[in-house]
Design a binder for this molecule. Structure first.
Ligand code: FES
Ligand code: FES
Length: 162
């Protein structure tokens, strides 16, 4: 048994230590937001956040995750109460087939946590590991801009808090 902390909940998983996190999320924990695209770290459809960094779940063995917080798209919000980045993607209608979108949202979430007001180039660079075969890149970039302002508005500045 390997203990994983996913979206704040601890799970005891009966799997080999070298099992990719993506398989455990989808097959054992019923978290199907992260998608299997290439399985090779080349598309980003499987992106989740581990200890604040966006990672490819298809390449991450669960043995590396002991004691580390894993966040999936399900951890950002719900259908009724989506998180700010999810809301921004919906408002900008930043999806066609939608296959890449959970990964894009997670990559954007990690980017905005470390760079709250990214330039266009920083957003492009930050999202670069993730691919969208439908070509919704301009809408995705608009969603990142919108998400950044939603997150900044939700986080009062130090000065305002004093
Ligand atoms: S499925 Fe993980 S990068 Fe493509
Ligand atoms: S919306 Fe279809 S792959 Fe991105």
């Amino acid at each position: 048994m390997i203990k994983l902390i996913v979206n704040g909940q601890e799970h005891a998983v009966d799997a080999e230590p070298d099992t990719p996190l993506l398989y455990v999320l989808r097959n054992d924990l019923g978290l199907n937001g992260a998608k299997f695209g290439c399985g090779l770290g080349q598309c980003g459809a499987c992106t989740v956040i581990v200890a604040g960094a966006a990672v490819f779940a298809c390449l991450t063995p669960i043995a590396l995750l002991l004691g580390r917080q894993v966040t999936t798209i399900e951890g950002l919000g719900t259908e009724d109460a989506p998180g700010p980045v999810q809301r921004a993607f919906m408002t900008e209608q930043a999806a066609q087939c939608g296959y890449c979108i959970a990964g894009m949202v997670m990559r954007a979430q990690a980017l905005l946590a470390r760079t709250p007001d990214p330039s266009e180039q920083e957003s492009r660079n930050g999202l670069n590991p993730n691919l969208c075969r439908c070509g919704t890149h301009m809408r995705i970039l608009a969603a990142v801009r919108r998400a950044a302002s939603l997150l900044r508005a939700a986080a009062p500045t130090k000065a305002a808090a004093q």
